[in-house]
Ligand binder design. Structure first.
Ligand SMILES: [Fe+2]
Length: 231
């Protein structure tokens, strides 16, 4: 965990046009140390429905697309499991379309997929989702701008400082080098922390490909970088 990684993101990224308007214009204010110990909200099992973690079984039929399992552990900067963390995800469907009024991408909606899920981490800090692999989508930032396939993550850990909104990517995506959002995490090693690992042990025979992605809630040099879109 002692690897020195610059997890800072470039908040005024010339290539990522909307940061010019919505990123802070004044210097960021570091959280006072006391905030690190301030307890965050605690979510009980009864706050969730049994199928909240399975985005493929919440509608009448099954969604189209490549079924996947996404799992991993939520850890603090010392590598200790964070149990009871609320992990929420949202994503485009397999065609690259969000179920959202503002999404005008001319790709089909899927009546059997809403793209949202949530779960709590277990005693080992493990979370897990069943979903379909999201498609890439165009986003109008510049000519021929396409987002690499990604899943948005929001985490509430055990303390105020263990709050993270970020994005998980899939290994080997040819769009990485063209995506100003991915590239706004400046350190290549920190960008790697945003990419899940394909895992044959997580993969379920005759059922779903498996991806493993651990999340480290900061502060700290090994912390998973935040999503510059949400800054
Ligand atoms: Fe997105």
């Amino acid at each position: 965990m002692d690897v020195a990684i610059d997890t800072e993101v470039d908040i005024h990224n010339a290539d990522y046009r909307s940061t010019r308007l919505r990123a802070p214009k004044r210097p960021l204010i570091p959280l006072p140390d006391a905030f690190r110990d301030l307890a965050g909200p605690v979510f009980g099992e009864d706050a969730l429905d049994q199928l909240d973690h399975d985005l493929t079984r919440r509608h009448e039929g099954e969604p189209l697309g490549e079924r996947i399992v996404v799992t991993g552990r939520v850890l603090d900067e010392d590598g200790r499991a964070i149990r009871g963390a609320l992990v929420e995800i949202w994503q485009a469907n397999a065609a690259g379309r969000y179920r959202h009024d503002v999404d005008r991408h001319p790709a089909p909606l899927d009546p059997n997929f809403d793209g949202a899920g949530r779960c709590l981490t277990d005693d080992e800090g493990r979370y897990g989702f069943v979903t379909v692999k999201p498609g890439a989508y165009p986003w109008g930032n510049h000519h021929n701008a396409w987002r690499p396939a990604h899943i948005h993550f929001s985490l509430f850990g055990r303390s105020f400082a263990q709050r993270l909104v970020t994005q998980m990517y899939f290994p080997g995506d040819p769009l990485f080098e063209f995506d100003p959002i991915f590239q706004s995490v400046r350190d290549p090693k920190a960008r790697e922390l945003l990419v899940a690992r394909f895992d044959l042990d997580v993969t379920e025979p005759e059922w779903a490909l498996g991806y493993e992605w651990d999340i480290v809630l900061g502060p700290g040099s090994a912390a998973t970088p935040l999503d510059p879109e949400r800054r």
